[in-house]
Design a protein around this ligand. Structure first.
Ligand code: UD1
Length: 417
């Protein structure tokens, strides 16, 4: 099994190019199911979750070709509507194909998503909303068996909870429902806006009517389309933290700074110098780091996917900080590993009290989920000596070429078997 060896501690300096967004690519790939034609996608990140989603599409009958930075999805022969457990066990986003399959074929059998370390992650919000479009479903032996014999019918749907995935599933499904659908209490993550831009480019009729409300007029066919996926804001945030943490000087390129305003404002308050460019951000880390109270929240709040990374930075603050995790119930799994490196983090329910002025010591570590893995790398970058991070397959789900990108800016990091 592959591991990463990290030799700290040096300041990171140079430029990092951010890849396409994993969390925008996944619903966009699911949405290609609506099409009977070819779709040309640019800027998909080369990470395992995307390979898994492409395999899933292939299992449904799509043809996928990758040419340099372009992925061509040909759905002219896509007919299957069954998704097995083996394809979704590692990736919860597999459930995103349920809406598009029902929209296109009026029935589908999709495995419930696999267990996930960061929480139970139910799909009740997806199913309840789909039933309002006329879908009947039952759960049988770990599968959702769903059908809408008369096709989907538009409706007014208010989500009981803000959910990124449920909003995406319903936007895609409603695009092929008869009549008009109004979705309210929607998630408004930038990745959802990217999905809508993609669907509209295919010919769908989707518009925001207020901050969390979307109006969708159903259509029955989409056009051949090319689309370039947005940048990965979590990857960008991770490298910004790396710059701040190592007192480095990094230019994070290929991004739109205003999309990550919350993260930039927090890094400024913590003490980093930030210079905004048109398509990038320069961060200059400061020795003095100020303590903070941070609460994760749906966009435009602070992202749960950056909680573990910012926690590492706050271990260096002048005083104790508090991080409140409001999205997932079990997302402090990195804490015990960080404490093994010398951190003093105490968790109480959904709060973590993070003691400051910590110097991380190198250690042999175990990654537990995608963002937890990267937080261990960040801590190891500041620990003098050799750290070894095991189970990095979690990391490969969502970070493209992480060791290459870090090496380029001066990190001593290598992958070993
Ligand atoms: C997406 C992101 C993930 C991110 C999360 C929150 C992708 C592929 N993944 O996940 O990286 O951490 O948003 O920003 O884009 N919930 C229910 N019932 C449901 C659906 C969700 O109770 O039917 C709960 C979840 O357990 C969680 C909360 O709602 O506590 C938010 O989940 P959701 O926004 O749906 O996250 P995902 O779409 O799974």
């Amino acid at each position: 099994m592959q591991k990463l060896e990290v030799f700290g501690a040096n300041k990171l300096k140079g430029q990092i190019k951010i890849s396409g967004s994993k969390n925008a690519s996944l619903p966009i790939l699911a949405a290609t199911i609506l099409s009977n034609k070819k779709i040309y996608l640019k800027n998909l990140p080369k990470v395992r979750d995307i390979e898994t989603m492409l395999s899933l599409l292939v299992s449904l009958g799509s043809k996928v070709k990758i040419k340099k930075n372009k992925t061509i999805i040909d759905n002219t022969k896509q007919r299957k509507k069954f998704v097995s457990y083996s394809l979704v066990k590692t990736m919860r986003a597999g459930i995103l194909v349920l809406g598009p399959l029902l929209a296109k074929f009026r029935s589908a059998k999709v495995s419930l998503p696999g267990g996930c370390a960061i929480g139970t992650r139910p799909i009740d919000v997806h199913l309840k909303a789909l039933s309002k479009l006329g879908v009947k479903y039952k759960i049988d032996q770990g599968y959702v068996i769903a059908n809408a014999p008369k096709g989907l019918k538009g409706n007014n749907i208010r989500f009981s909870k803000i959910s990124v995935g449920a909003t995406e599933n319903l936007i895609i499904a409603s695009s092929f429902a008869r009549g008009t659908t109004i979705l309210s209490n929607c998630a408004i993550e930038p990745e959802i806006k990217d999905l809508i831009n993609f669907l509209n480019k295919m010919g769908c009729q989707i518009e925001w009517t207020s901050k969390r409300t979307i109006k969708i007029i159903g259509i029955s066919e989409v056009n051949e389309t090319s689309y370039s996926v947005m940048f990965d804001r979590i990857e960008a945030g991770t490298y910004l933290v790396a710059g701040a943490l190592t007192e480095g000087n990094l230019k994070i390129n290929n991004i739109i700074p205003k999309v990550i305003k919350t993260e930039i404002d927090i890094l400024k308050k913590i003490g980093s110098k930030i210079i905004l460019k048109k398509n990038g951000i320069q961060i200059i880390g400061n020795k003095k780091i100020k303590s903070m109270k941070i609460k994760t929240a749906p966009y435009p709040g602070f992202p749960t996917d950056l909680q573990a990374q910012i926690m590492v930075l706050l271990c260096k603050a002048n005083k104790s900080s508090v991080i409140q995790e409001n999205i997932f119930e079990n997302r402090f799994m990195h804490v015990s590993e960080l404490n093994r490196m010398g951190a003093k983090i105490l968790t109480k329910g959904n709060k973590a009290i993070v003691k400051g002025k910590i110097s991380f010591a190198p250690a042999e570590l175990m990654a537990t989920d995608l963002r937890a893995s990267v937080s261990l790398i960040l801590a190891a970058l500041t620990a003098k000596g050799k750290s070894v991070i095991n189970r990095i397959y979690h990391l490969d789900r969502g970070y493209e070429n992480i060791e290459k990108k870090l090496k380029k800016v001066g990190a001593k990091i290598r992958r070993v078997n």
